[in-house]
Design a protein around this ligand. Sequence first.
Ligand SMILES: [Zn+2]
Length: 217
Amino acid sequence: MHIVRSARRRKTVQLQIRQQQIICRAPQHITNADILEILAKKSDWITQQLQRPLAKPKQYIDGEVFYYLGQPYQLHLVHGTRTQVQRSTDQLIVATPQTTPDQVKTSLIHWYQQQAVAELSSRVAHYQGQISVSPTRILIKSYKTRWGVCHADGRISFNWRIILAPSAIVDYVVIHELCHLVHLNHSAQFWQLVQQHNPNCQMARRWLRQHGNTLEI
Ligand SMILES: [Zn+2]
């Protein structure tokens, strides 16, 4: 198990399972004995999480399924003089000079990141007026364990992988980060604001806890 002690702000213990590893985020003042007690109480949940199948590693071959905004698309590889990715109604068509797994993967990541910029920017533009906030900048990042980060200077970073998730989940992440421009914490007032703009936020949080590890390409 990996214990992360948070220097500031954190008031509660948060458990996360990533790649079959338990990550425990705890405030400074909590003792290891307290943590063990919490783990014991959560043992059913931990067992259930550890038994969940891991996301299968991708092979980047013809016919393999990739998700975009929650919809499945079959990979279709073609030879092309330059690299290009196109989305049809049910296919992601990847044209590359050599259809090696590495090249296909790189092209796909590049495409997903480009889509993420467009998708997330347009959702931010849609919701920022509603919440009466305006981020100073929108950035797309490649985080391992988070979907978005709101910085104290008003910048918001999103993990590009979130656009593999269904549209409602992407909306939740956008609303969550925009609400941090009002409350830069996870206080009750913060959650009230999220709930006000996203009545289904509990469902989205549950979905991310259960399926977040499958948002990989
Ligand atoms: Zn947050």
